[in-house]
Design a protein around this ligand. Structure first.
Ligand SMILES: Cc1ncc(COP(=O)(O)O)c(C=O)c1O
Length: 409
């Protein structure tokens, strides 16, 4: 009776807990900690969406159980978004489902399609549910590089050759949390060709579809011809409209996968609260200036942060998308690993970051900084980091080399 439950034993101790504990203790001691460790959007959703929620909630008929797979208008709105944004046609009846956030959808799809002992290919580092959704479901995970390039493609070929049993699914997430890497359409074309040939499902997490800083918006895997035969893609209201606490997301694509998720969810939940679904329709179908504004806001923060860190002697590649900078631990501290470095930064610079180890063992040389504080607080964080670096003998880098537009090399 005292032995830990099988599934719980498969979940390692929460890496972020150590840093979170130190953060809570510092705050309890009255210290002003600037928290760049979280991925929680700090802006309010669009005003017209909040208004729609407030109006809808007055209706006595909306307080019962909702529809597990999402109200029809919401599924239609998501299909219209895909058509407009990616030129991808989706049948709202069979190829779209609303989820209680994309995280819930990912976890329940993993449960729906996994047989015990299946091998799943997951980038490392990655957002934890990509790996643990499948581990909880009884699969084994084989790590692949997180870079959308030849390295990942080579690793995929090796994985198919050497994994027993042969992998059944592959997770993709671009723009990525935590690495901020963005994939190109050509990369997706190669991945789709590979996965079709090898009969591997693709589960793509496109939560950061609208948070990008380059000229070209991130593509959808589903826009590759034939992708729908093997792909389901998750999107979310959480980042695009800063509705993270509302818990609305989507899965779209292959009808067999959508059916599997719909079926398992019909046993588990009654869908998001109806007024929230109605307000989500208003977000998707109403004016979209909020989306370009939020993108500009994160871009401004990105530029302030990357330039400031550079001036402090910390060379961090400018993210091309997502809400994060993925920062290599400065050489002076590289031996410490990400957990101890995060704790040191918290103690001496009063800035909280997420240790890369929390996203997988190959993340241990990095920390993740969220663009979730305003520029004034970011500048305060930078001053503090600069002082910390100089106390440790790190000098500013050549200012000419700091260019927030420069690409990941
Ligand atoms: C890559 C990625 N996918 C999914 C999520 C969760 O999204 P949702 O709020 O829709 O569950 C996050 C949240 O941080 C994320 O970073």
């Amino acid at each position: 009776m005292t032995e830990e439950f099988h599934r719980i034993r498969r979940l390692p101790p929460y890496v972020f807990a150590e840093v979170n504990k130190a953060k809570a203790a510092a705050r309890a001691a009255g210290e002003d900690i600037i928290d760049l460790g979280m991925g929680n959007p700090d802006s309010a959703p669009p005003a017209h969406v909040i208004k729609k929620l407030a109006e809808t909630i007055q209706n006595p008929r909306v307080h019962g159980y909702s529809v597990s797979r999402g109200i029809p208008g919401l599924r239609r709105a998501l299909a219209a978004y895909y058509e407009k944004r990616f030129s991808v046609s989706l049948d709202p009846e069979t190829e779209v489902i609303a989820t209680i956030g994309s995280k819930e959808g990912l976890a329940n799809l993993a449960a729906a399609i996994t047989s015990p002992g299946d091998t799943i290919l997951v980038p490392n580092p990655s957002y934890p549910i990509h790996q643990f959704g499948f581990i909880i479901a009884g699969a084994s995970v084989r790590s692949i590089p997180a870079t959308p390039d030849e390295d990942m493609l080579r690793a995929l070929h090796r994985a198919v050759k050497h994994s027993v049993p042969k992998p059944t699914a592959l997770i993709l997430n671009f723009p990525s949390n935590p690495t901020a890497f963005v994939a190109s359409y050509d990369f997706y074309k190669e991945i789709v060709a590979f996965a079709r040939r090898e009969n591997i499902w693709i589960l793509s997490d496109l939560a950061y579809a609208e948070i990008y800083f380059g000229e070209t918006p991130p593509p959808s895997v589903l826009s590759v011809p034939g992708a729908k035969d093997i792909t389901v893609e998750f999107t979310s209201m959480s980042k695009t409209y800063s509705m993270a606490g509302w818990r609305v997301g989507f899965a779209a694509g292959n009808p067999r996968l959508i059916h599997a998720l719909t079926r398992i969810k019909s046993y588990l939940d009654y869908g998001a609260f109806t007024p929230i679904q109605v307000a989500a329709v208003a977000a998707l179908t109403g004016p979209q200036d909020y989306v370009s504004d939020i993108r500009a806001l994160y871009k401004e923060r990105r530029d302030v942060l990357i330039q400031g860190l550079h001036n402090a002697g910390w060379d961090v590649p400018p993210p091309e998308g997502s809400m994060f900078a993925w920062a290599p631990i400065p050489p002076k501290f590289a031996d410490m690993g990400s957990v101890d470095f995060s704790k040191l930064l918290l103690k001496e610079a009063k800035v909280a970051v997420a240790p890369g180890l929390g996203f997988g063992e190959y993340g241990d040389g990095f920390v993740r900084l969220g663009l979730v504080e305003n520029t004034q607080r970011l500048r305060q964080a930078i001053r503090s980091i600069k002082g910390f670096m100089s106390r440790h003998g790190v000098t500013p880098l050549d200012p000419k080399e700091a260019d927030p537009a420069k690409k990941r090399s």
